[in-house]
Design a protein around this ligand. Structure first.
Ligand code: 2P0
Length: 312
């Protein structure tokens, strides 16, 4: 039996769209922060046949089945019982597939003695889910060409930030990210502009992280979020993930920053809004967001480590 913990990550420079061809290669580079507190715990053990349990329920997950098929084309992997539990809502824009696949490949690698280094694990995690490549590492992480393995930029301890997560809906999303990306690629008139502009945004984000320049990171991260959602909204049919509470949170965060509070927002393929801030303002940001109508829960989380084996 091998048990692994991995944390979700939040992209500050977003990935939305895939390159042509195999390997689940993103069309654009991205940059993220790995969280603490929220986690996926995955346990694998030998079994007579594959069995997957997610949050206590037996499931037939097509993405996991495809992942195992691909892995078995290159490695000796026996039938496995895989049990994966999230301590946060699954499939609701909180990056459960990122922590999920980072945990899964780390657990299988350790359990079956595949001898992968972190770079190889990141590339394999990416095949399961693009954003999962980044959850193999902690702190500030970049995912870029040419090898499309994630690279750690700075450990969490180098630049402590707090992420105040405003949950506005805990339902599973109705369109998966993979389908949403394909829809945007095929139907949005803005898709070419998105592809053209993301390289420069990624470089700007990387420089801001290298220099620990909060205001520069705030400006480019909010721009990346809004550009991605403009792309989503301009798809046909539209991918409109925000609800009224999401918009109220955006306006509140913008108002706080105009008043000098070091905080910015980021939003993924769901209605939750994450407020990234310096730790000293986190409690006051959280109480501003908690009082907004439609905000169900607010959680403060820090930056955390990469995927690791906790029990073998
Ligand atoms: C990201 N997202 O960079 C972006 C921002 C959501 C919005 O990566 O198809 O689950 O499995 O590669 O990684 C979510 O998509 O998609 C995602 P697949 P994934 O974090």
């Amino acid at each position: 039996m091998t048990r692994v913990i991995a944390h979700p990550n939040i992209a500050l420079i977003k990935y939305w769209g895939k390159a042509d061809g195999p390997g689940n290669i993103p069309a654009t580079p991205s940059l993220s922060i790995t969280l603490d507190t929220l986690c996926t715990t995955t346990t694998v053990e030998d079994a007579p046949r594959d069995e997957i349990r997610l949050n206590g329920q037996v499931t037939t997950d097509a993405k996991v089945a495809k992942f195992l098929d691909q892995l078995r084309r290159e490695f000796q992997v026996p039938p496995l019982s895989i049990e994966s539990t999230n301590n946060f809502p699954t499939g609701a824009g909180l990056a459960s597939s990122a922590s999920g696949f980072a945990a899964l490949i780390t657990a299988i690698d350790a359990h079956c003695g595949l001898n992968m280094d972190a770079t190889r694990r990141s590339q394999w995690a990416r095949r399961g889910s693009g954003s999962a490549a980044r959850s193999v590492f902690g702190g500030f992480v970049s995912l870029q060409p040419p090898d499309w393995a994630a690279q750690p930029l700075r450990p969490a301890s180098d630049w402590p930030l707090t992420v105040v997560i405003a949950i506005t809906d805990t339902e599973r999303k109705t369109v998966s990210s993979s389908h949403g990306m394909e829809r945007s690629r095929l139907t949005s008139p803005y898709y070419p502009a998105w592809i053209d502009s993301t390289q420069a945004a990624w470089r700007e984000g990387r420089n801001a992280v290298e220099q620990r320049d909060f205001n520069a990171l705030a400006a480019i991260a909010e721009h990346s979020t809004l550009a991605m959602h403009a792309l989503m909204i301009s798809s046909r049919p539209p991918l409109l993930y925000w609800n009224p509470a999401s918009l109220a949170v955006i306006h509140t965060i913008r108002g706080l920053r105009e008043a000098g509070v070091p905080v910015f927002f980021t939003i993924d393929a769901g209605p939750q809004v994450k407020a990234v801030c310096l730790p000293e303002v986190a409690d006051s940001v959280a109480s501003s967001l908690r009082s907004l109508p439609g905000v169900v829960t607010v959680m403060n989380v820090g930056l955390g480590p990469g995927a690791s084996v906790v029990d073998a």
